[in-house]
Write a new protein. Structure first.
Length: 124
């Protein structure tokens, strides 16, 4: 899957360099989401109960995204694109959540929309 925009104009990410971390992020979010659902079930708590207007599933994905909020200079982004095995936060978040159907369901996305592509990547 190709992501646009580039981290900075003319700086493309090296997919081979980031593959390991991207794979770990994809697998990890599935395990973490299942842990949330198991915990809610064990506590007999409804995942649809809203707090501050968001369900448990929505809060889970919002929290995941907030972890990767960042503000980099253009120079730092250029260097990272060449040498960092981690994708920049924006791509790290969007790349992962596009690959988990539970994200699309939590936010009412439909197959074929940008955040719920027809051909998402499934790790496990």
């Amino acid at each position: 899957m190709q992501f646009t925009p580039e981290p900075v104009p003319g700086a493309k990410l090296n997919g081979k360099l980031t593959l390991g971390e991207n794979t770990a992020d994809n697998g990890g979010i599935h395990i973490a989401f299942q842990a949330l659902m198991n915990t809610l079930a064990a506590e007999h708590a409804s995942p649809d109960t809203k707090i501050d207007g968001y369900t448990a599933q929505q809060r889970f994905f919002i929290s995941f995204a907030q972890v990767w909020c960042e503000n980099r200079t253009e120079q730092a982004s250029r260097v990272s694109a060449k040498v960092d095995p981690h994708s920049p936060g924006m791509f790290r978040v969007n790349g992962v959540v596009q690959n988990i159907d539970e994200f699309g369901k939590a936010f009412g996305c439909h197959k074929g929309q940008p955040m719920m592509p027809d051909n998402g990547c499934r790790v496990w």
